[in-house]
Design a protein around this ligand. Structure first.
Ligand SMILES: N[C@@H](CCC(=O)N[C@@H](CS)C(=O)NCC(=O)O)C(=O)O
Length: 203
């Protein structure tokens, strides 16, 4: 059986929990206390980070790599597009999400209280600007790829869920993006994927 080592408030682990629940297969989630990481975590991932997926003699880390593996192993519903061209475009999008958005999420997640406020505020502003830029896509599109829910929606959802918690407020211009976020949050797999601590992040 697949075991996901997951952080209760970790946005990257949240992505993998979301995929696992979309597939409705058998799996276990082991919560990892990131302040007291065991040797076992470092044995599985030399970088000492979650999420980590373990299945028989396979050990994987990096949320997007884990998610593609789960998608290929359990193809229904398929979250990566079937044709190579769109699949390549999705991978490029995923890469840019990490570079432009989740690099900034990491700055916010890793802040210590009172430390380097300027960097954290810049990170919040960068996220805000990028999301406002993306918003018009959802005047036409139901999801990032069009009508079909995909891996891209999974990858960005944990950030959209945390906006209020991170203290990022979007302008009224971003209403289409906010409606898109609600569309994701209403999915039953999404609701199931939330940890108790994540449930408290949004009112
Ligand atoms: N690029 C990684 C990021 C994973 C990550 O940053 N995980 C954080 C928790 S949200 C972590 O394990 N931090 C503990 C540490 O770095 O010591 C992924 O996508 O899986």
């Amino acid at each position: 059986m697949m075991v996901l080592y997951s952080g209760e408030t970790c946005p990257f682990s949240h992505r993998c929990r979301f995929v696992l629940f979309e597939k409705w297969m058998d799996f276990e989630i082991h919560n990892v206390d990131l302040k007291n990481k065991t040797k076992e975590i470092f044995t599985m991932n030399p970088h000492g980070q979650v999420p980590i997926l373990s299945e028989r003699n396979l050990i994987l880390y990096e949320s997007n790599i884990i998610n593609e593996y789960i998608d290929e192993r359990f193809p229904h519903p398929q979250l990566m597009p079937a044709d190579p061209l769109t699949r390549a475009r999705v991978r490029l999008f995923l890469y840019n999400f990490e570079k432009e958005l989740f690099s900034q999420v990491k700055i916010i997640e890793n802040q210590s209280i009172g430390e380097n406020d300027k960097k954290v505020n810049e990170a919040k502003e960068n996220i805000r600007e990028r999301l406002i830029q993306m918003s018009p896509i959802f005047l036409k599109n139901k999801f990032l790829l069009g009508d079909d829910f995909s891996m891209l929606d999974i990858a960005i959802a944990p950030l959209l869920w945390r906006l209020e918690y991170y203290g990022i407020s979007l302008s009224k211009n971003a209403a289409p993006l906010q409606k898109y976020a609600e569309r994701i949050f209403s999915r039953s797999a999404y609701i199931e994927s939330l940890s108790p601590a994540e449930k408290l992040m949004r009112r």
